[in-house]
Write a protein that binds this ligand. Structure first.
Ligand SMILES: CC(C)(COP(=O)(O)OP(=O)(O)OC[C@H]1O[C@@H](n2cnc3c(N)ncnc32)[C@H](O)[C@@H]1OP(=O)(O)O)[C@@H](O)C(=O)NCCC(=O)NCCS
Length: 213
């Protein structure tokens, strides 16, 4: 096993990375996740979306297993389905921060082709970005931006020129990020909440991609 994979398999590398680590964009590498790195991705998602706080902390190990299993299944579903003429397209990317001989997974995102009915047009296919998360110690260093740019390139490689995603209205960091990268709000909806008088807003965003940009 290479030194790199040894580091990636060691969760402590992610958790205990020094706060003051300085990363410049050239040190961030983006590539598809390997099967043996999925537990690291699940850890980043669990922490980034606060599944490790309050009463949910009791169930954190279960959340992680569930997230990892879901991701494994999505990535394994590469067989042609009845709805698709092409094989299903789904990829999970990771950002590796490389510092000399050391590297660790600092962020993740998923992008895939989904099918929906729109304008009475059956099986309309569109590209959807999800599960974007960056470890707290690596934020504000351009990791998310690099991950999104790679998703956009992947979208173009699949032959699509639009990319879509959802972001919660109260997620200021997320909204700033997508606005900076040229995403526009297409629609918004109020989502269900256990607090009856508080129904958070969820925004649907889209970006028109330009080939060769
Ligand atoms: C949102 C998130 C992915 C951003 O990751 P990141 O690697 O820190 O983002 P980047 O460094 O690439 O930032 C790019 C731009 O996003 C915006 N942004 C990122 N973090 C921000 C913050 N804390 N406050 C305000 N704007 C922010 C800024 O416009 C920033 O550009 P700038 O640094 O030139 O001002 C990260 O904070 C995260 O994982 N949050 C929890 C999970 C989440 O909300 N995911 C998105 C779900 S839709």
């Amino acid at each position: 096993m290479s030194e790199l994979s040894t580091n990636l398999n060691n969760l402590d590398t992610i958790v205990n990375i020094p706060q003051q680590i300085v990363i410049n964009p050239a040190q961030i590498e983006i590539r598809p996740v390997n099967e043996d790195e999925i537990h690291c991705v699940a850890d980043i998602i669990t922490r980034s979306f606060h599944f490790d706080r309050g009463w949910m902390a009791w169930f954190t190990p279960l959340f992680k297993i569930g997230i990892a299993e879901d991701l494994r299944n999505r990535l394994r579903t590469r067989v042609p389905s009845a709805l698709h003429s092409k094989p299903q397209q789904q990829v999970c990317l990771i950002a590796l921060c490389v510092d000399g001989a050391q590297s660790c997974i600092s962020g993740t995102v998923e992008v895939g082709v989904r099918t929906a009915e729109r304008y009475r047009q059956n099986h309309y296919r569109y590209v959807y970005l999800s599960n974007l998360a960056v470890s707290k110690d690596f934020r504000r260093r351009g990791v998310a931006q690099k991950l999104i740019e790679s998703c956009e390139q992947q979208t173009l490689n699949w032959g699509y020129t639009e990319i879509h995603l959802h972001v919660m209205g109260n997620n200021e960091r997320g909204r700033n990020l997508y606005q900076k990268l040229g995403y526009e709000v297409v629609s918004s909806e109020l989502v269900w909440s256990i607090i009856p008088w508080h129904r958070p807003e969820r925004l649907f965003l889209r970006k028109q991609l330009v080939i060769g940009e």
